[in-house]
Design a protein around this ligand. Structure first.
Ligand code: MN
Length: 438
């Protein structure tokens, strides 16, 4: 259980919203209140908003007529902006003030209902944008079962390299190609060299894959040359999203040594549009699972008692595949995986502390990927590379087709939910992307 200090009136599951679709909503009940950037119908200007049920509250409009008073006024104005960088940079306290006031304004019995109601738009009619200008993007490798599964394919006797349990492994990705959910994904072309080939050829990737990850939005940053101590690291997280680190496995296998991922990864990365706050996820915090016997303890700069007690998340993660055949036959998207964020070897705070431990400065709106999250069981794997055992074990789809890797027209959909008795379930919405021909 999360400590009581993380919980407040905004977690009260008994409170309902006068926005009726929010009550019992699978993703966006009154207790979630994620921030994003959207354009309402008929007006292309991006502005900040909050998801509530099937609606989006225009925060740019709500911040104007004095609905947010005192210390909540300035951060609410920032949250209404065309990008959330300044709001993220304002830090945890500012965000909590806006959340608390939003909860009051949208709860049943709010005196301001008539004033707020015209500021709501049907989410289905809105266009979502990237929530922030992403200066830098870093992708980690903290899903240990994924690291083991992939490692086994290359090194059956020695799947994990000796640094894995000491260093949160990561690489610097590319921010320019991060796109919001529902943006088409062009199949990348590049150099491929199969094991039987002596020379590489150039052409469209034949082994296009997804990677199921959580995205971590950096809130308040740190100055260059200073490190974020582990005990303060969680306070630098501004929120969470779903992240699909699309990966061209054939390009990757040929290019990755000795410097790591490059063109196999940077052609596109898709994220869900809503920034789900640490406050909304507080009820779903759990202790970091104990390390297996024989594993080293984290080094002191990565070890904090409170972080070990509540730094992990019990968040359910799902991957769905919608192929042209399923679509043509009117069949629903097929669930490929049901896993959990609890299978990360490092907490998010450890990723943040490690990233800044050399004095590297993180900035508001920077994005971290956790790395692919796979469960220890076959039903909760986070990539096709694992699900099909490197393409050797095709998936049989209900439409009668099979898949090893993604084909043109295939759509990949991730969803995530926190669920716990006594609390309203909180969802992330979804990230989806359809593969377009090269
Ligand atoms: Mn990745």
């Amino acid at each position: 259980m999360p400590t009581a200090s993380l919980l407040d009136a905004t977690h009260d599951a008994a409170r309902r919203s006068w926005v009726r679709s929010a009550n019992g909503h699978a993703d966006f009940p009154l207790q979630n209140l994620p921030f994003g950037v959207f354009s309402p119908p008929g007006d292309s200007t991006p502005r900040g908003g909050v998801a509530i049920g099937d609606m989006v509250l225009d925060l740019a409009a709500a911040a104007r007529p004095g609905l947010f008073r005192g210390d909540a006024n300035k951060p609410a104005t920032l949250a209404g902006g065309a990008s959330l960088n300044a709001f993220l940079g304002a830090g945890a306290e500012a965000r909590q003030l806006v959340r608390a006031r939003l909860f009051e304004l949208l709860a049943e019995g709010a005196r301001e209902q008539a004033l707020v109601e015209p500021m709501l738009h049907a989410a289905a009619d809105c266009t979502m944008h990237l929530p922030a200008t992403i200066g830098d993007y870093t992708d980690f490798y903290a899903g240990i079962h994924h690291a083991l599964n992939i490692g086994r394919q290359f090194r059956p006797d020695n799947p994990l390299l000796p640094n894995y349990k000491y260093v949160p492994i990561g690489y610097h990705g590319r921010s320019s190609s991060i796109v919001v959910s529902d943006t088409g994904v062009h199949r990348p072309s590049g150099q491929r060299k199969g094991p039987a080939e002596t020379e590489p050829t150039v052409g469209p990737s034949r082994r296009l894959d997804f990677e199921l990850e959580l995205g971590v939005w950096i809130g308040a940053g740190n100055a260059l040359g200073t490190a974020i101590p582990i005990a303060e690291a969680a306070g630098h997280v501004g929120g969470y999203c779903l992240l699909n680190d699309w990966s061209a496995r054939d390009l990757q296998a040929w290019e990755y040594q000795p410097l790591g991922p490059f063109l196999a990864k940077n052609f596109v990365t898709s994220i869900s549009p809503w920034v789900v706050t640490p406050e909304a996820l507080a009820p779903f915090r759990i202790a970091q699972p104990a390390r297996p016997d024989g594993d080293p303890a984290p080094l002191p700069y990565l070890l904090d008692e409170a972080d070990q007690e509540q730094g992990a998340f019990d968040i359910e993660l799902e991957v769905f595949l919608l192929t042209p055949c399923l679509r043509d036959q009117g069949m629903p998207a097929y669930r490929l995986s049901l896993g959990s964020a609890r299978h990360l070897y490092w907490t998010v705070a450890q990723l943040v502390a490690h990233h800044s431990s050399n004095g590297c400065n993180l900035r508001p709106g920077d994005l971290l990927g956790t790395g692919t999250i796979s469960a220890p069981t076959r039903d909760g794997l986070g990539s096709l590379m694992e699900i099909t055992d490197g393409g050797k074990a095709p998936i049989a789809l209900p439409s009668g087709n099979t898949r090893t890797f993604l084909e043109d027209g295939d759509e990949v959909i991730f969803r995530a939910h926190g669920r716990r008795n006594g609390f309203a379930p909180v969802g992330f919405g979804e990230v989806r992307g359809r593969v377009l021909a090269a």
